[in-house]
Write a protein that binds this ligand. Structure first.
Ligand code: AMP
Length: 378
């Protein structure tokens, strides 16, 4: 599936590709067509699933021809629980709007900071991302009007309810027009979320995305204590001994990705590197070869890994650790699937030991470790 098949415009696809996003995530495959068709959507998905783009992209598409507002009427209202999410979601809209042929003004508002600049900035805003409390304050001050909102998004609805925003949310709903599109995203489907869902959504398309975190239960994980100089020989030994024929290898830099790939290639293991410094054509070609099984190994950086849309991979190797535990889970999450459990291998140097502990703690799983110090054949 491609973004173009989902109905996303070429200008947005170009911007996505600038950001290293080349293929839709599952939630985007399902949500984008439904939102473009004007359906209400209930999305059960967590942060990291790509849920923000799953609604930002179709909303930006729908804003074409409607963006020249010289008023304080917002078109799209995104309610979020926290300041951090308000900023993050605002950034997604702003960055995606960058190369549009029509202007979309997005603003993020939240409490804990002065309200005056927010009141002044509201003129001509199309997309408002707001925490409920501050939105109500702004409404009381007549800084904006929401009676013409066409699309309402509740992002992390469960968190909003957990933080005690129910009353504020209800006050906001009463000010919205009855005819509008509603998109509700939540990590869990708690009774509270269901109660909101029932009053708010009209015959929604329900989308449930299993997170990478749930998949990791199915993955066999092994860690190898190894020195930096033995990583190459260890990688080749594991590939050869275990007859691995489709391995995705992660490095943390483009330079290292090239180095690892070249070394494999020189040792008779077919390989290509895939990262942001390669041309779009080259990346697509590498990916296609890898998917077809014509390339034994693909060496990728994290940025690119997010765009690698391979349904199932038998082996993932962390040649270098990623900085964030989230990226680690994301990397290995590509291998575990219910009917097809995979294997994730992680190389850990002396300097990595502490960081790998942090990662294991975050993923709530301890990985069996093998010490290669005494291995004579490396
Ligand atoms: P979210 O779940 O919306 O917080 O998104 C998680 C991360 O995934 C963000 O850093 C996005 O930039 C990234 N992302 C979203 N969609 C895609 C995609 N289709 N391919 C690669 N990365 C993506």
């Amino acid at each position: 599936m491609t973004f173009s098949q989902l109905g996303i415009s070429t200008e947005l696809i170009k911007e996505l590709s600038n950001q290293g996003i080349t293929a839709p995530y599952p939630i985007q495959e399902k949500a984008i067509p439904a939102i473009l068709k004007q359906r209400d959507v209930l999305g059960i998905a967590q942060t990291g699933s790509g849920k923000t783009a799953s609604y930002a992209l179709p909303i930006l598409m729908k804003l074409k021809g409607k963006t020249a507002t010289k008023t304080r009427d917002v078109n799209t209202l995104v309610l979020v629980p926290t300041r951090e999410l308000a900023v993050q979601v605002g950034e997604v809209f702003t960055s995606l709007s960058k190369s549009l042929s029509y202007a979309v003004k997005t603003m993020s508002v939240f409490g804990g900071v002065s309200i005056n600049p927010q009141m002044k900035g509201m003129y001509g805003v199309n997309v408002l991302v707001a925490t409920p409390g501050r939105l109500l304050e702004l409404l009381e001050n007549k800084a904006l009007y929401i009676s013409n909102v066409e699309t309402l998004v509740l992002d992390e609805a469960d968190k909003m309810l957990n933080l005690g925003f129910k009353e504020e949310m209800n006050s906001i709903f009463r000010l919205l027009p009855s005819l509008r599109q509603n998109l509700l995203f939540s990590a869990t489907l708690s009774p509270e979320v269901l109660s909101i869902e029932r009053v708010l959504l009209n015959n929604p398309e329900t989308i449930k995305i299993q997170s990478a975190e749930t998949n990791i239960e199915l993955i066999t994980q092994t860690g190898y204590f190894v020195t930096e100089e033995n990583k190459g020989p260890l990688l080749r030994k594991l590939i050869n001994d275990n007859k691995m024929n489709q391995v995705l290898i992660f490095t943390s830099s483009t330079k290292e990705a090239d180095k690892v790939s070249d070394k494999l290639h020189n040792n008779g293991i077919s390989s290509r590197a895939i990262h942001s410094k390669k041309t779009q054509g080259n990346r697509q070609e590498s990916l296609a070869l890898f998917k077809k099984g014509k390339l034994q190994t693909l060496v990728a950086t994290d940025l690119l890994s997010r765009g690698i849309d391979i349904e199932f991979l038998p082996f993932v190797v962390n040649y270098e650790l990623p900085r964030s535990p989230k990226d680690f889970i994301h990397r290995i999450g590509r291998t575990g699937r219910a009917d097809n459990p995979g294997e994730a291998i992680t190389f850990v140097t002396e300097e990595d030991k502490h960081h790998f502990k942090v990662i294991q703690k975050k993923m709530k799983r301890w990985v069996d470790m093998v010490d290669t110090a005494e291995w004579r054949d490396l």
